[in-house]
Design a protein around this ligand. Structure first.
Ligand code: NA7
Length: 549
């Protein structure tokens, strides 16, 4: 029996009753795994609660065909252990989901983490008891835990969005969501497949589904900007060269706004001639991936610069798609990078296939789903399989579905009615001894998630060690520090083009969700602020000594 299977089995045999530990970590994705490792390192007893039956978080759930990281493997990886980063061999420039899941399992086995992870447990509530200075955590399976600290490693894109589409419950064929994909094989062969959504998940899966489906209909509400990944097997000499100088690459990445080591911009787009601009864009197109957004330093600041980039990509779309009407419909008219840029492998070319159709929902929205298809306008499109690639209730969804009650008894969801409020994206006023990894108000989804996760986990670990050394029972962000931070995040985001379009960064994809820009733009200044807060004895936090001190 593998460690993983053993851990799952132990979950089922764990006796009922309240289990007391120092720390409960919710979520066994990359954040929860590293958090557990660090907590053990400072002598704290921690348990990780995970609703899935395995580790990996995003890469456990998103098993749709073509699921792949949009950050290069050699950078989307842990750096806390040099032995790990030297030993693990990546096979492709951009790792696909199965490889990332193997990596997560390897890390969990290598650092003996499985024994402290309880799988198949969905946390439903977390309640702070101020008298006892402890969190009580309940799961829907009836398990109870108590811990001095509670750390939410619940992920930014882990609560799937199933929009209300009329009639969808009546669909008699296979109904799938990219973010909750079945574990077994899914065959498209001979089937008429429909996919709703044209975000990153759809853009990755559409070219693969089209290869074997009898017919694929893509229901697009908003087109996205897509740049080529230029994925390829990772040549051993390239990998060896990076590994020989890993510290330098990791250090360079930490100086970049998004925590990724790309060639840094040397000037602004508006400071060069049109021909020079085009040449730089062509270079970045050839390089591939998210590096596109760092071609110039004003692309997310100056609308004229952004327009020049948008025009460049639209020309690429028109060159790739043979049918001019389809090409027009695939051309976005919004700000590039306002939504996370999509990185593809043959997306636009897929629309040249005879078995692929694009239905533009801006002409006519979906009227209803029927038992055997979708009606748009007066047309019935017959389908054997319907795939929802409709994204996530990002950043706050996974936290809000847990009834988290702080000192006053108010839930976090209620506190966040008008949008999330945190201090540094790490802590929340009225919620003592609770930490969030990559929470709203931190750079998280604007960056390479792995180094961002490591920075948060390291900061929390140092903080807990400090509390222990100083004999502090309780740490809580002050309301003032939180308000100042929320204003600062808004001011920084407001100076960029981000708030000018609808995106899940703003909560705009979920009806009724308050429109607030959630992540903090700028990894290096953020890291410096966190370090300064710690250096100054956890400035902005109220610290309550142990009763006996
Ligand atoms: P996204 O990027 O949120 O994309 C979801 C897509 O689903 C998007 O095209 C939406 O159109 C579409 N959508 C959502 N609801 C509907 C309804 N009701 N009708 C039609 N179309 C709808 O999610 P992904 O999973 O693709 O990617 C999430 C992130 O994962 C991505 O940013 C990367 O960082 C990795 P809309 O744009 O709202 O008009």
């Amino acid at each position: 029996m593998s460690q993983r299977q053993k851990a799952s089995k132990d979950t089922n045999t764990q006796p009922p009753g309240v289990m007391s530990v120092d720390v409960i970590v919710v979520g066994a994705g990359f954040a929860g795994l590293y958090m557990l490792h660090r907590l053990r390192g400072i002598g704290l007893k921690a348990i990780v609660l995970e609703r899935g039956l395995g580790v990996g978080g995003t890469w456990y759930w998103n098993r749709y065909p073509g699921a792949r990281c949009d950050v290069e493997s050699l950078q989307y990886s842990y750096q806390f252990s040099d032995e790990l980063q030297q030993d693990w061999i990546w096979t492709e420039r951009y790792a696909a989901q199965p490889e990332l899941l193997s990596y997560a399992n390897h890390v969990a086995e290598r650092f003996d983490l499985f024994r402290d992870i309880r799988f198949g447990l969905t946390v439903t509530s977390a309640t702070f008891d101020e008298t006892l200075t402890c969190w009580s955590i309940e799961t829907s399976e009836g398990f109870s835990f108590q811990a001095r600290y509670c750390i939410m490693a619940t992920g930014c894109l882990s609560m799937i969005n199933r929009p209300e589409i009329k009639g969808v419950e009546r669909f008699g064929g296979e109904l799938l969501h990219t973010g909750d994909w079945p574990h077994g094989d899914v065959s498209f062969r001979g089937k008429r497949v429909g996919i709703i959504g044209t975000g990153s998940s759809a853009i990755q899966s559409i070219p693969i589904i089209a290869r074997s489906a009898n017919h694929l209909t893509v229901f697009q509400r908003t087109p996205n900007y897509v740049v080529p990944a230029h994925n390829a097997p990772l040549a051993p000499d390239v990998q060896a060269a990076v590994k020989a100088d890993y510290p330098a690459l990791r250090a360079r990445a930490k100086t970049r706004r998004n925590g990724i080591d790309f060639p840094a911009p040397t000037t602004s787009a508006m400071a060069v001639t049109e021909a020079e601009r085009e040449a730089v864009f062509e270079n970045r197109w050839a390089l591939g991936g998210l590096s596109f957004m760092t071609a110039f330093d004003d692309l997310l600041v100056d609308k004229r610069a952004n327009d020049s980039l948008a025009n460049f990509i639209r020309r690429k779309i028109r060159a790739a798609v043979e049918n001019p009407e389809t090409a027009d419909r695939l051309c976005p008219d919004s700000i590039v990078g306002c939504k996370r840029l999509c990185v593809d492998i043959g997306y636009y070319e897929t629309f040249n296939r005879t078995n692929v159709d694009l239905v533009d929902l801006r002409d006519q929205p979906i009227d209803t789903v029927t038992d055997d298809g979708i009606i748009v306008g007066c047309k019935h499109i017959p389908l054997d399989m319907l795939i929802l690639a409709t994204g996530f209730d990002a950043m706050t969804g996974a936290l809000n579905r847990i009834a988290i009650r702080g000192r006053s008894g108010e839930t976090l969801k209620s506190k966040w009615t008008n949008g999330p409020k945190t201090y540094l994206g790490l802590a929340i006023a009225d919620f003592p001894n609770l930490f969030v990894i990559t929470g709203p108000g931190s750079p998280s989804v604007l960056t390479n998630m792995l180094p961002t996760i490591e920075q948060h986990v390291d900061w929390i670990t140092d903080c807990l060690r400090y509390l222990d050394e100083q004999e502090i029972a309780q740490i809580e962000a002050t309301a003032e520090a939180e308000a100042t931070w929320v204003d600062h995040v808004n001011a920084v985001a407001g100076g960029l083009l981000y708030p000018q379009c609808n995106s899940w960064y703003l909560g705009a994809n979920i009806p009724g969700k308050p429109r607030v820009f959630m992540p903090y733009p700028g990894f290096p200044p953020y890291v410096e602020t966190c370090a300064k807060v710690a250096r100054h004895g956890y400035e902005g936090f109220a610290l309550t000594p142990n009763a006996s001190v």
